[in-house]
Design a protein around this ligand. Structure first.
Ligand code: 5GP
Length: 192
């Protein structure tokens, strides 16, 4: 498959604000396609199938793994999450850049398999701040927050594996940096 579009992988621990940053990015930059992941976790209140995620049963997800339908997938907090191949490859064959918002495990798989991808690591100003954001979000129980936090602390050690690091302290500045990175790649038309 010949790729015209570029793959931008937004990586970072749960609760760091990747979703908010990506939402603003999509409003600011044209010709971007945000990949919708599949997951076996239950939808949160206000989440809709086919919009936030494709919510699948475990056996359905495992069938897709067997069929090779994922570019990457990972088990995160006891649930499967993965990026479906078909739509992403279709978009990359057009002059459309694709955004993946995934965890560190998934980003490593993309790194091994995709020669042209740009990795942007989003980190919190501090571990304390990350904990506070997870608590404020109120979508997880105290136990789940602790689990997410301990995984996050591990993930924060991996930032040097990625091409760019953005500290999500001031939201507007972080959005500007993200937009800037993508526009610069478009202008220079080079990767790395
Ligand atoms: P949440 O349950 O909060 O929506 O997501 C949990 C974590 O899974 C987040 O860090 C998110 O970026 C990651 N994630 C979402 N979709 C995918 C995916 O398709 N692949 C991988 N590897 N991680 C994903």
């Amino acid at each position: 498959m010949s790729e015209i579009g570029k793959l931008f992988v937004i990586v970072g621990p749960s609760g760091v604000g990747k979703g908010t940053l990506v939402k603003h990015l999509m409003n600011r930059v044209p010709y971007l396609f945000l990949s919708i992941s599949a997951t076996t976790r239950s939808p949160r209140k206000d989440e809709k199938d086919g919009i936030n995620y494709y919510f699948l049963k475990t056996n359905e997800f495992e069938e897709l793994i067997k069929a090779g339908d994922f570019i990457e997938w990972a088990t995160i907090y006891g649930n499967y999450y993965g990026t479906l191949r078909e739509k992403v490859e279709q978009k990359l064959s057009l002059p459309t850049d694709v955004i993946l918002e995934i965890d560190v495990q998934g980003a490593r798989q993309i790194k091994e398999n995709a020669d042209k991808a740009v990795f942007i690591f989003i980190k919190p100003p501090s571990e304390e701040e990350l904990k506070e954001r997870l608590r404020e979000r109120g979508t997880e129980t105290a136990d789940e927050i602790e689990k997410r936090l301990s995984i996050a602390i591990e993930e924060l050690k991996s930032e040097s594996e990625f091409d760019h690091v953005i500290i999500n302290d001031n939201l507007n500045e972080a959005i500007d940096r993200l937009v800037d990175i993508i526009i610069k790649y478009r202008e220079s038309n080079t990767i790395n």
